[in-house]
Design a protein around this ligand. Sequence first.
Ligand code: ADP
Ligand code: MG
Length: 242
Amino acid sequence: MALIEFKDVHKWFGDFHVIKGVNETVERGEVLVICGPSGSGKSTLIRCVNRLEDIGKGEIIFEGRDIARRDVDLNKLRSEIGIVFQQFNLYPHLSVLKNVTLAPIKVKKQPAQEAEKLGLELLDRVGIRNQAHKYPVELSGGQQQRVAIARALAMRPTVMLFDEPTSALDPEMINEVLNVMKDLAREGMTMLCVTHEMGFAREVADRVIFMDEGSVVEEGTPEHFFTNPQHERTKAFLREIL
Ligand code: ADP
Ligand code: MG
């Protein structure tokens, strides 16, 4: 069974039809890269997966359950499906370590000591254990984004969603974040990544999908996508960003 299935997913913002019938399956351990022009619905689509947005029609099946149902436990869903945003969205008044331990303690009722132990391990894994007691404002953008990744991982998610996680970073900090994401992919994490980092896509994506105006217009392996795109929109997009 696929881990996530999008079945004829539509969404409207008022009269605006933003997602127009997406059908996709994501297997356990798969890394899916989603690219496409600004405004094509990439963020909206992945935000539907952890119910930051509600879909208007269709189904999103996660581990056999329809996550669009009204009775879904959102705290549980969001602990299973972590998300990392373009703008790190850390809690400015909490230390780095507290940013990471807050949800495990509050939502998962993990004992503080246990949460801190895991939190420090995760900060170590993303290379910033020595910043644990600083505040977000004292960190570089790349470091803050790595905290955001550690914070999502602290809930022990099954899936990680990334929404242009490197787009707000200075160029010299992009790789430190991509490297953490590459490690995660190699460890077998299922990942849906909205990104225009085509080097990352080539290296770690199992599949790349290209969205335009709310539809998936092209999909395939990175090999297919980069060397043999079929659609004019994809070709034009690749010409612009490569
Ligand atoms: P992308 O991530 O591909 O740039 P988005 O999913 O953010 O695209 O947005 C797709 C379209 O939906 C855009 O035209 C955007 O302006 C519109 N949109 C996004 N969020 C909202 C919202 N909350 N209300 C109304 N329109 C929105
Ligand atoms: Mg977006």
